[in-house]
Write a protein that binds this ligand. Sequence first.
Ligand code: TXA
Ligand code: MG
Length: 316
Amino acid sequence: MVVPPTPENLERAAQIIRSGGLVAFPTETVYGLGANALDARAAARIFEAKQRPSFDPLIVHVADRGMLQKVVQEVPALAERLMERFWPGPLTLVLPRSERVPGLVTSGLPTVAVRMPAHPVAQELIRRAGLPLAAPSANPFGYLSPTRAEHVERMLGGRVDLILDGGRTEFGVESTIVLLAEKPTVLRYGAVAVEELERVLGRLELQVGAREKPLVPGQLPQHYAPHTPIRIAPPSEIPLGLRKRVGYLAFQEVPKGFKVVKVLSPTGSLLEAAAHLFEALHQLDRLGLEAIYAEPIPEVGLGRAIMDRLRRASSA
Ligand code: TXA
Ligand code: MG
């Protein structure tokens, strides 16, 4: 059931979390599918609802530093600097895990991925529940992430106890993930640009993108994929005959001759393009097209997250 985030509905949602249920909620990146992160049975329901393999660990969402202390063993100095600058916000840090976090949540890893979301509804839900929330994106495993409550309703409606509607999410791509090991390493491109992180920490190692043999979980090549086949190509490479039969996901300008076109950002803003990416793909995917072609995006700033998602969508 989709409900607005009134105080009564937030209280109801918090109650569902405390009793081991599932609540979908908005964050500034994408919608999350939340459960009590300290309860293995509640977390198991997330894997079941998403049909997610248990080797793909979950991100734990906290509302304050007190909650953070409960789920990690220690906060390294470099993590501290990133938190000061980017929390609350779309940055996930992989830190040494506390024994309190069930192994299912971290897929048995000695680390836990944690973030403090900036969205007021997410914060209020965590605060009212009084518990850290394990929450992956609220989509079936391998499918497009949800940026609206109705995406969640359509994909997982029957499998969640409540969906809090916070409108369209601000960033539209998931959080950036950084592992704080010996050398800080970016594991996933996301809503915080790597260039911004490097302004705080200097050069970062990169272990991002799809891999046939994932270095860490969640780097499977097939991810974020629509049902319609998707290919990356500039319009100039697509013959006119083919254009009539397929959809095009353009960055800035409308190319001629396609059956349907979605433009990500008429002004050429990467921030705006990221915010519209999944929504446009959800829309195109519902049209029963033969294929979707997507225009390559410049790989700077959020353009890296956009291209990462498009590449994975197209390798399905
Ligand atoms: O923006 C986001 O991060 C959204 C919202 C809901 O917060 N959540 C999200 O979660 O994108 P999910 O489940 O779709 O992505 C979680 C990914 C895993 O696939 C894995 O790549 C990484 O986080 N991860 C989680 N725990 C990890 C760990 N201990 N070590 C390395 N990577 C980890
Ligand atoms: Mg996901």
